[in-house]
Design a protein around this ligand. Structure first.
Ligand code: SF4
Length: 191
């Protein structure tokens, strides 16, 4: 039987427990040690990277394949060279950023000179963001520097990423920002 790293650890733990209890006089017959299937064996397993800090620990994310698509388990990736399966408390709780009921899923807008947040439709917000980005980019786009070298950069917009979105979303965001010519691109993990 070919055993993966996790199956081997599970098998070793089972064998150790059988030996220990048998030594106390328990009747452990039949005591055939065997590798057990993980409770997540039916879920879809995806690798990702924790976006909370710049350590960049590897993750295994298990999602429900019966229809909901929800995350049912998240753990450190034992094959990742940085964390080798370990996660700190923040990384271990990472699924909560997606699965929490407190996650805001609607647009909150605070108009200039007010202290009130109001709910706004996504269609309005996306249109307004696109409009403001276009205006600012057009006004601040720099084609060449003082030496006449082509630089094609947008100096009037900065972007700060978020640890509350995942690694793949962060990658998409920075790609979009670079395609707009932004050079001030940051992420909470680097600050
Ligand atoms: S698990 Fe902890 S140490 Fe690893 S990247 Fe996430 S926050 Fe940083």
């Amino acid at each position: 039987m070919k055993l993966g790293r996790r199956e081997f650890i599970k098998l070793s733990a089972t064998a150790t427990a059988v030996t220990a209890f048998a030594g106390l006089g328990f009747n452990m017959q039949p005591s055939t040690a065997k590798a057990m299937l993980l409770k997540t064996h039916w879920a879809k397993e995806t690798t990702s990277i924790c976006a909370f800090c710049s350590v960049g620990c590897g993750l295994l994310v298990h999602t429900d394949t019966s229809g909901s698509g929800r995350i049912i388990n998240l753990e450190g990736n034992p094959d990742h060279p940085i964390n080798e399966g370990a996660l700190c408390s923040k990384g271990a709780a990472l699924a909560q950023t997606v699965e929490t009921e407190n996650r805001i899923t609607t647009v909150k807008y605070r108009a200039p000179y007010t202290d009130q947040w109001v709910e706004a439709p996504w269609s309005w917000a996306l249109q307004r963001i696109a409009q403001r980005v276009k205006e600012t980019r057009d006004e601040t786009f720099v084609e060449s520097n003082g030496n006449g070298q082509v630089v094609n950069r947008t100096e009037g917009i900065a972007h700060v990423g978020s640890a509350e979105i995942d690694n793949e979303e962060n990658w998409c965001l920075q790609s979009i920002m670079r395609s707009l010519g932004l050079i001030y691109i940051e992420h909470q993990a680097r600050i």
